[in-house]
Every structure is written in C-alpha cells, then in structure tokens.
Design a protein around this ligand. Structure first.
Ligand SMILES: Cc1cc2nc3c(=O)[nH]c(=O)nc-3n(C[C@H](O)[C@H](O)[C@H](O)COP(=O)(O)OP(=O)(O)OC[C@H]3O[C@@H](n4cnc5c(N)ncnc54)[C@H](O)[C@@H]3O)c2cc1C
Length: 385
C-alpha cells in the first residue's frame, strides 16, 4: 500500500503548479497524469498572462502576485519558461464602435489604450486594416505554457515529488471520506486528494456524486512549425463571444452528454512563440460529451478563413489542427477549495486566465494547508448546480 500526504490528479498547469508548491512545503506528493504526452489545454494555450484583468480587490492582488511569480519563475524553477513582457492587441470588428468597446474594459485594473486603425496596424503590421475599426492595447505577459509546465514538474521531482503516468479510474471512498485513488494499475492512499483534471474534473467528481458548476469547452486551434514571418503582439478579439455562451451553460443538459455541437464560437487569435512557431485559434464548442469526435477538416477550414480576414499572411501557414478540453466555471474566476460533503477531497480547476491565477493560488493553497487550514475555501451547496 502506497501512502502520500497529497495526491494530485492531472498534470496540466494547475496540477503541476500545485504539486510543486505542496512539495516545497516538505509534503510527500504524488502527481498522477494519464498521458505521457498530454494533449491538454496547457499544451495548446497561447501562453498569455492577463495581469491587467483583475476586477476586484482579490483578483487584482492575485494578478500582481501572478506576474511577480512569472517574472522570477525561470530562476526559481531552474528552467527557462520563456517569460517576456508583450503587447496584447485586441481587435475591434468594423461593425463595433471602438469607444463603446473600450469602455467595457473600464472594470479592469489596467485600462487599455484605444488605437485607431492606423495605430493598430503600426503596432501590428500583419493586421488587415479593412477588417477592424480600431484596437485596444494592453500590457501582457507571455510564457511558453508547455515549457513552464515541464519546469514546474522538473522542480517538483527535484524536491522529491513523484510523477506517475497512470489514469485515475476512481476515487477511493470510505463512508464520507476520500482516502485515495484507484488507477489503471495501482491503488494509492492519502488523506488529501485534489482534482486538477481540467475538462475531465467534472466527470471525476460526478463518480462520487458531486456535481458542481464546473463545465468544459472543446477548443480547436492550429499549431504551426517555426516560420520566418514575424508577429509582434498577441492578437485576440476585443469582444469575447465565448464568455456569453459560457454564461448560458447550465441550460445545456449536462446530465445527458451529447456529442453534437450545442454552441460554437470562433474567435480569431494568434501568438508566435520564441522559436518562430504559431498557435492560431480558436474555436470553442460546447459538446457535453468530453469524448465527442471533432470534425477536424471543418474546424481547420474555419480557423484559416477567420484568421485570414484579420491576419491574412497567416492564413496558409503549414500547421496541424488540435482539439483539447478547457474547464471553466461561469460565475467566478476559478473553483478552488475543499469539497464540503467529502472529507479529504479538494478541487483546483475551472480557471479563467489560468496562467496568471493558478500559480499564486497554488502558493496560497499550500500556505493554507501547512499554516492555517481554516483558510482553505469550502466548496458547498451555495456554488452547486
Ligand atoms: C487556444 C487556447 C488558448 C489559450 N490561451 C490562454 C492564455 O493566453 N492565457 C491563459 O491563462 N489561458 C489560456 N488558455 C486556457 C488555459 O490553457 C487552460 O485554462 C489551462 O491550461 C488549463 O489547465 P488545467 O491544468 O486546468 O487543464 P489541462 O491542461 O487540460 O490539464 C489537465 C490534465 O489532467 C489530466 N487528466 C484528466 N483526467 C485524468 C485522470 N483521470 N487521471 C490522470 N490525469 C487526468 C489530463 O490528461 C490533463 O493533462 C487557452 C486555451 C486554449 C485552448
């Protein structure tokens, strides 16, 4: 029988950051990841750090803590995360009034600079001036998400943490306590198990009767090999239609998973990594079955067509379409804490702007665990479906 202080399920950025912070406190931690080479949301992310996006005291503080962590993370972990400061350029479609769109950003800690079409194209020469009525410029951070994830995992292992490539089949339950997990090959025991399984967190919790306001989209994007062409900024749309779809999510019948598309949003965006490769996105689809088959050809065609309007030079880049699941919760920036009904079970998932919020919250979580467990938030009926 193998015993740990903490078992962490899922080796994306949430699980890796949390495993590292728990191990840093001297705890014996097991990180379980189901795939050797995971096709997860972290791998296919743009890598943007939206530290401007805090809207209240806590989220603004977390954004500050998050960017400070990233500024020092390569040094702390001993591996380069490719952190850099970078302009975010949000495109405003021709049918929208730039001033009205800019005003909708007043709630954020840092207000964007409104650019006219010429200024936007000077900042990002690859932009098509005929498809925008202006742009918003914001200071953003950027990392290589996969390298950052690996950096966290390597530092975790150096601290004595264990990583096993095994899929968690179910949680071990004794009465109202979770006492560990059963994987494809083994049984592991712990008084504390935390679910960081991204889009699959929902189904892991459902197996022990816990249904939360935690959902997922199927996201599609194109990854390219390194190319000569240069994009200066991270480009995304100023109006995120995805957030509107996500606010209606409860109505989509999650108890009877369906593989057909219930909602479908295309938001043209692009980022170039330091090696010259691109991530071009992004389609977000609500299909309530996490295993739903995706029409790869149709998604690739849509992304190329929509990217071609905003950034014509990128439309025909060589590249491959990928699909991943992205967890979200509609009413807050994350779902984090202990599950009230089951002793020993915790959740760390459903983040918005995960790359900026997860590292500081992982650090706070580990502090609470070791210093003042009363402070760990409780996930109870009030945030239940
Ligand atoms: C195109 C795109 C662009 C994005 N851009 C940004 C951005 O610029 N900034 C930002 O902050 N966010 C961005 N995001 C969102 C961000 O990438 C995700 O929110 C984040 O990576 C999620 O991390 P995670 O750890 O929750 O999930 P994941 O990275 O999906 O990791 C979950 C892991 O759990 C594992 N797992 C699941 N079930 C089990 C099981 N039973 N047993 C063991 N392991 C299991 C999976 O294999 C997976 O590796 C973007 C997403 C996409 C798709």
């Amino acid at each position: 029988m193998k015993n740990y202080d903490w078992i962490v399920i899922g080796g994306g950025i949430t699980g890796s950051a949390l495993s590292y912070e728990l191990a840093k406190k001297g705890l014996k931690v097991l990180l379980l990841e189901k795939e050797l080479n995971p096709q997860n949301a972290t791998r296919y992310s743009y890598g943007g750090l939206a530290y401007w996006s805090g809207t209240d005291k806590l989220s603004r503080q977390l954004c500050q803590e998050g960017i400070e962590i990233h500024r020092n993370l390569s040094e702390e972990l001993g591996t380069d995360t490719e952190f850099r400061e970078l302009d975010l350029l949000l495109t405003i479609p021709t049918e929208d009034d730039p001033k009205t769109v800019a005003q909708s950003y007043n709630k954020f800690a840092i207000h964007p600079q409104l650019l006219d079409v010429q200024q936007a194209c000077e900042l990002e020469p690859l932009l098509n001036p005929n498809e925008i009525s202006g742009g918003l410029k914001l200071p953003h951070g950027h990392i290589h998400p996969q390298k950052t994830n690996q950096a966290y995992q390597q530092a975790f292992v150096k601290l004595g943490g264990e990583i096993k490539i095994e899929s968690v089949r179910q949680l071990l339950q004794k009465g109202n306590a979770i006492t560990g997990v059963i994987t494809s090959t083994e049984e592991y025991h712990s008084q504390h198990t935390v679910v960081c399984a991204g889009g699959l967190s929902r189904s892991i919790l459902q197996k022990v009767g816990i249904t939360l306001d935690l959902y997922f989209t199927h996201a599609q994007l194109i990854m390219t090999p390194p190319v000569e062409i240069k994009l200066r900024t991270l480009v995304m749309p100023a109006i995120l239609k995805r957030l509107m779809v996500e606010s209606d999510v409860k109505e989509f019948g999650w108890d009877n998973p369906r593989s057909d598309i219930i909602a479908d949003v295309m938001e043209p965006g692009a980022i170039q990594f330091l090696d010259g490769s691109f991530c071009l996105g992004q389609i977000s689809q609500i299909r309530t079955d996490p295993m739903a088959k995706i029409d790869i050809m149709s998604s690739e065609k849509t992304i190329r067509k929509e990217i071609g309007k905003i950034l014509p030079a990128l439309q025909e880049l060589p590249g491959t379409l990928h699909n991943c699941l992205v967890a979200f919760t509609p009413y807050s920036n994350y779902l984090m804490g202990k599950i009230e009904e089951l002793t020993g079970l915790y959740l760390f998932s459903g983040f918005t702007s995960t790359l900026i919020f997860a590292p500081p919250l992982a650090r706070r979580f580990a502090n609470w665990v070791t210093k003042d467990s009363e402070q760990i938030p409780v996930i109870n009926q009030s945030i239940r479906i």
